[in-house]
Write a protein that binds this ligand. Sequence first.
Ligand SMILES: O=C(O)/C=C/C(=O)CC(=O)C(=O)O
Ligand SMILES: [Mg+2]
Length: 218
Amino acid sequence: MTSRNVSRFWEWGKKIICVGRNYADHAKELNNAVPTEPVLFLKTPSSYLTEGSPILIPKYSTSVHHEIELGVVIGKGGTAIPQSSAMQHVAGYALCLDMTARDVQDDCKSKGLPWTLAKAFNTSCPVSEFIPKERIPDPGNVKIWLKVNDQMRQNGCTSQMIFSIPFLISYISEIITLEEGDLILTGTPKGVSAVQVHDELHAGIDDVVSMTFTVGRL
Ligand SMILES: O=C(O)/C=C/C(=O)CC(=O)C(=O)O
Ligand SMILES: [Mg+2]
């Protein structure tokens, strides 16, 4: 069997598990209560997008928002992983965008429907290159930022997360077995807003990674 390299995790077709409302300032900007337990939802492997291809606004939305997030790439699978050993299951990280059709999400919320159309459309998960674990020694204190057409829109720090990465790995793996190549999106800080066709989204973690995506429409 040919061995696969987890640094190209987006080609593996594994799970994308997303955490929502994990920053109090973002929960508040959308008038949501600060959660007492993680809010989880999924994206599909066809959501993945790497630099060089555009984010495509789906036909059914007129308000797709950017959400910059730190992604955690799982290197060793497990079920019911204790918090104390959770970081041993991490291979590395990626800077990610949780592109969200906010108008559709609001409609789903008002009808009590799942968020799949809002969160899991093709190209809704742009990712940076893989960041080996050693390059981020303290993932609980990393500044993540996003500019749209050179204007800073999101500028947060993972220290603001309500639920830490070890807690999330432990919590999620109690419910969903984690596998090598899975990605966990850890939630977005405040500053989300709608993107327009031809916008340029530039995001980074200083001295670690940056990425640029343009916006198009289906
Ligand atoms: O409840 C809402 O109105 C919106 C929630 C989200 O989109 C949650 C996230 O994806 C996030 O906080 O990153
Ligand atoms: Mg999000």
